[in-house]
Design a protein around this ligand. Structure first.
Ligand SMILES: Nc1nc2c(ncn2[C@@H]2O[C@H](COP(=O)(O)OP(=O)(O)OP(=O)(O)O)[C@@H](O)[C@H]2O)c(=O)[nH]1
Ligand SMILES: [Mg+2]
Length: 358
C-alpha cells in the first residue's frame, strides 16, 4: 500500500467534549429494513491532493512513533546486558522485570525467560548480543503467529466496522484509513453510525472533507443500523471499494450496547451477504494491559477480526502489542502513531520488531 503524506497541515478535529457513555441511546431502535428517506446520490470522491513528500518515510514514522517503547524496552535490555560477561540469575531477574514493565505480558515473558535459561544451560547462548537476538526472535514469532491475510470480499465493497470503547481513537482512525485507501486509488464511503454522541457525525464529516470522501449520515439519534443500511445500499449501487463504519464508543460490559453492534452486523449481512468483512477493534495502547479485558469481551461478542492499536506514540508500554496479539489471537492490522491523517501505519510484524530493535 502506498504511503501518502499528510494532505493538509491542519490538525485533526478535536473531540468536541469528553466522551459520554451511550448507555441509553434515547431513540427506539427501528427495523433497518425500513430505512429513512433515500439519501441523495453523493458526488464521486475528489482525488486526493498530493503534496510534495515532506514527511519522513513509513519506516521512519514507525521508528519515531515507537520511540518511547524502544527506550523503555530495548534500550533497557541493552543497558542491562552491556558489559556483562555472563548470563546469571540476577541478570535474568532484571530482564524479566523489564519485559513485564513494557507490558509484553506474563505468558510471553515467562516463555522468553525459559527459552534463555535452557539455552544458557546447554551453552547455546553466552553473550548479550545473542541474548538480545533471542528475545527479538521470540517476539517476532508471537506476532507472526497471529498474521492473517486481509479478507477479500466476493465483490466490492469491502465493509469494515470500527468498534471499541469511548475515546480510543475510532473516528480519527477512520479518517486516517480513508486517507490510506484514497492514496491507494480506492473509492471510499464513510458511514456515520455513531448517532449517539453529540457532534460525532460532524467530526466524521470533517474527516470526510479532509480526505475527499463522502459521508452517509442521518440525524443524531437515528438507528445506527438504519444508517448502515443506507450506506451499504449506496456503496453497492456505486461499486465503491471500501465502506468504513463509525460506531459509538461503548463499554464492553453493557449487554444492550453490544447487542446493538450485533444488530448492525446482521443488517450488513442482509445487504451484502459476506459483510462485514472486517470488524476492527480499536485499542488505546496507553491503557496497556487494562485494555485486554475489554478487548476479550469485544472479541467474544462482536466477531472482531483484527486490532488497530492507537496512540503508540504516547506510551513506553508498546510491548502491549505482543500481549494483545498473543492473548486475543488476532492480527494487528494497523497502528496509530499520532493525530495527523498520515499517522496510521499498516502493521507488519517484521518491520515493527526491526524498528524496535535495530
Ligand atoms: N497521540 C495520538 N492521539 C490519537 C491517536 N489516535 C487518536 N488520537 C486522539 O485521541 C482522541 C480521541 O479520538 P477519537 O477519534 O475522537 O476517538 P473515538 O474512539 O472516536 O471516541 P468516541 O467516538 O467518543 O468513542 C483525539 O484527540 C485523537 O486525536 C494516535 O494514534 N496518537
Ligand atoms: Mg468517535
Amino acid at each position: 500500500m502506498s504511503f501518502l503524506t499528510s494532505l493538509f497541515g491542519k490538525n485533526p478535529p478535536e473531540p468536541d467534549q469528553a466522551p459520554e457513555d451511550p448507555q441509553n441511546p434515547g431513540t427506539p431502535v427501528e427495523d433497518p429494513a425500513e430505512p429513512e428517506p433515500p439519501i441523495e446520490d453523493p458526488q464521486p470522491a475528489a482525488p486526493p491532493v498530493e503534496e510534495p513528500a515532506k514527511r519522513s518515510s513509513l519506516l521512519d514514522r514507525l521508528k519515531q512513533g515507537i520511540q518511547k517503547t524502544r527506550a523503555g524496552l530495548v534500550e533497557h535490555i541493552e543497558d542491562l546486558v552491556q558489559g556483562k560477561k555472563q548470563i546469571d540469575a540476577d541478570l535474568l531477574e532484571e530482564l524479566e522485570y523489564t519485559l513485564i514493565s513494557a507490558d509484553i505480558g506474563i505468558r510471553t515473558t515467562t516463555e522468553i525467560l525459559e527459552r534463555i535459561r535452557q539455552r544458557v544451560d546447554r551453552k547455546l547462548v553466552s553473550d548479550s548480543t545473542e541474548l538480545k537476538s533471542l528475545i527479538k526472535q521470540h517476539l517476532l514469532e508471537v506476532l507472526q503467529a497471529t498474521e492473517r491475510p486481509a479478507v477479500k470480499p466476493a465483490a466490492p465493497p469491502t465493509v469494515e466496522m470500527i468498534v471499541g470503547v469511548n475515546g480510543v481513537g475510532k473516528t480519527t482512525t477512520i479518517g486516517k484509513l480513508a486517507q490510506l485507501y484514497r492514496a491507494d486509488k480506492k473509492s471510499v464511503l464513510l458511514c456515520a453510525a455513531d448517532t449517539f454522541r453529540a457532534a460525532a457525525i460532524e467530526q466524521l464529516e470533517v474527516w470526510g472533507e479532509r480526505t475527499g470522501v463522502e459521508v452517509i449520515r442521518q440525524k443524531q439519534g437515528a438507528d445506527p443500523s438504519a444508517v448502515l443500511f443506507d450506506a451499504l445500499q449506496a456503496a453497492k449501487a456505486r461499486s465503491v471499494d471500501y465502506v468504513i463504519i463509525d460506531t459509538a464508543g461503548r463499554l464492553h460490559n453493557k449487554a444492550n450496547l453490544m447487542g446493538e453492534l450485533d444488530k448492525m452486523r446482521r443488517t450488513a449481512t442482509r445487504v451484502i451477504e459476506d459483510a462485514p468483512h472486517e470488524v476492527l477493534l480499536v485499542l488505546d495502547a496507553t491503557t496497556g494491559q487494562n485494555g485486554l479485558e475489554q478487548a476479550r469481551k469485544f472479541t467474544e461478542t462482536s466477531g472482531v477480526t483484527g486490532i488497530i492499536l492507537t496512540k503508540l506514540d504516547g506510551t513506553a508500554k508498546g510491548g502491549v502489542v505482543i500481549a494483545i496479539a498473543r492473548e486475543l489471537n488476532l492480527p494487528i492490522r494497523y497502528v496509530g502513531v499520532g493525530e495527523q491523517a498520515a499517522d496510521l501505519l499498516p502493521f507488519d510484524p517484521e518491520k515493527f520488531i526491526d524498528s524496535l530493535f535495530d
